[in-house]
Design a protein around this ligand. Structure first.
Ligand code: AMP
Length: 212
């Protein structure tokens, strides 16, 4: 184990404490079914930051039958992305909440290049600096189709039917994979093999973040 930053920063100056607190503005990206939600919850708990899932916020709006929910559902059920303007406004408002002030783990956002730009703008406006680290879960597409079909049957998610899953993977490949290059060029992308056990993936993610 190297001497990675920890959350305790005894006797250090405010600057070094901030550095020692490690990366706290985090993103997790990966194909549908890669395990983002599961890992996001675990990592966020370990770092005491909120996990913010745009998919969960949309689903909550769908079940509460809000206007946003009605609009989102029409896209979600087809496996398409909700329009950027709607999604960006929703994230801007969520990130302005108190609990996200000292860090957050965004799960499922950004998903398009337009959203990357919007997030950069949101963080700049908040004066918080940019994204610290992007965790990318790499998975095998055939395996995730099976995982998602199983999840659809268990949880009754209306967008987890085989046809919608295939469309979601296509949309991911077309619109979200270009983000990998963007964050790689910024030097903040960390690729992690998402095909191992849930615990092994969590351990690796925490170690990448210097939290283990
Ligand atoms: P998820 O739970 O992250 O797989 O998201 C479920 C669905 O919500 C997606 O298939 C999209 O229809 C919608 N959604 C979630 N996040 C976004 C986003 N960042 N941009 C556009 N649509 C999104």
């Amino acid at each position: 184990m190297t001497d990675q930053p920890t959350t305790s920063a005894q006797g250090s100056s405010p600057e070094t404490s901030a550095a020692a607190a490690g990366a706290r503005r985090l993103l997790i990206i990966g194909a549908p079914g890669a395990g983002k939600g599961t890992q996001a919850g675990r990592i966020a708990d370990a770092l005491s930051i909120p996990a913010i899932s745009t998919g969960d916020i949309f689903r909550a709006n769908v079940s509460q039958e809000t206007e946003l929910g009605k609009l989102a559902k029409s896209y979600m059920d087809k496996g398409e992305y909700v329009p950027d303007s709607v999604t960006n406004d929703m994230v801007r408002s969520r990130l302005s909440e108190e609990d996200a002030r000292d860090g957050f783990l965004l799960d499922g956002y950004p998903r398009t290049l337009d959203q990357v730009e919007a997030l950069d703008g949101i963080l700049e406006d908040g004066g918080e600096g940019g994204v610290d680290a992007v965790l990318m879960l790499e998975v095998d597409y055939d395996a995730v189709i099976q995982r998602l079909v199983a999840r659809g049957a268990e949880q009754g998610r209306s967008d987890d039917t085989e046809e919608t899953i295939r469309r979601r993977l296509e949309v991911y490949a077309e619109q979200t994979t270009p983000l990998v290059d963007v964050y790689e060029r910024r030097g903040i992308l960390h690729r992690v093999n998402g095909m191992r056990s849930i615990d092994e993936v969590t351990e690796e993610l925490l170690s990448v973040l210097g939290a283990r």
